[in-house]
Design a protein around this ligand. Sequence first.
Ligand code: ZN
Length: 280
Amino acid sequence: MKKLFIDIGGTHLRSEIESDEGILRDTISSQEMGLLAYMDRQIVLHPQIDFIGISYAGQVNNGVIVSAPNINIDKYEIAFEVKQRYGIALEIDNDLNCAIRAEAAYWKSSNIAALYIGTGIGAAVIDQGALIRGNANMAFEIGHIPYRETPLVCGCGRNNCVELYASGSGMAKWLHYYGSHLDPVLSQLKIGSDRNERLIVSEFEEALLHAAGVLVTLANPEIVVLGGGVIEQNPYLATLLREKLPHYALSPALAGLRIEIIVLENAPLMGAKLLERHHG
Ligand SMILES: [Zn+2]
C-alpha cells in the first residue's frame, strides 16, 4: 500500500509517496495545476494509494477548503470528492496546524505554540497535547487580531490587523504606500536612507512583539517555535523577542518560556504525515 502526503503553499506543491519501496518525492509550481487535478494524476500513476494527508496554506475545516488567498482552488469539498471518486481517505489541515504537530513531536512538548512570519503572520497552539481548533478550525489566526488602524487593507478586508505591520505582505503594502521601490526585506530597510523605510522596520518589530505577547499571554506555552521566511532571513528577531517580550506579555506566563527557531526542514509536510493517526 502507498500513502500520498502533500504540502501546498502559494509557490510550491511538494509531495511524497511512501511505500515499502521507499519515498518518491515530487515538486511542482502550485500554479501549475489545482490540488484535485494533481491528486487525480498521482492516483492514476499509483493505484495502490490508500491514504492522503495534506498540509494546506489556507483555511480548511472538516475536509473542506474555506479560503486560500494564494492558491488556485479547483475543488472546495476536497475530502468528500476524493472519497467519492476513489474511495480513498483524505485528511487535510491548515499548514500551521500540521507544522505544530511535527514541532510538538520534535521538541517532545505538549504545551507548544508556533509563530510563523512570512507573507503573513500566523500561529498554532497545542495545549495539554491537544491542538486548539476553535469552532471552525480558526483558532489563533493571530495575524488578524486588531492592532492599529491603517490606510491599508488586509487580505481579510479590514484595515487594522497586526498582519499589516508584522508580515512580508504588510511591509510590501507600506512600501507601496510610501512610494518606495525597495523589496520588503528587513535587513535592507533597516539601512535604508529614507526614514519611512526605517519606520517600517521599527513598526514591524513593535507589531511582532505585540502579536507574540498576545500569543504567550493567551496560550501560555512552554515553547514558542518561530518559523517562516522572514524569521529564517532575520534570526535576530528571536533575540529581540527573548529580550523584550517581558514588556508585552503577562509575567507569570513567561516563567520557563523558551523561544526557539525552527530546525525542522519541512514541518508542514512532516505534520501531514501525522494526520493519519487522527483519522478514524
Ligand atoms: Zn486581517
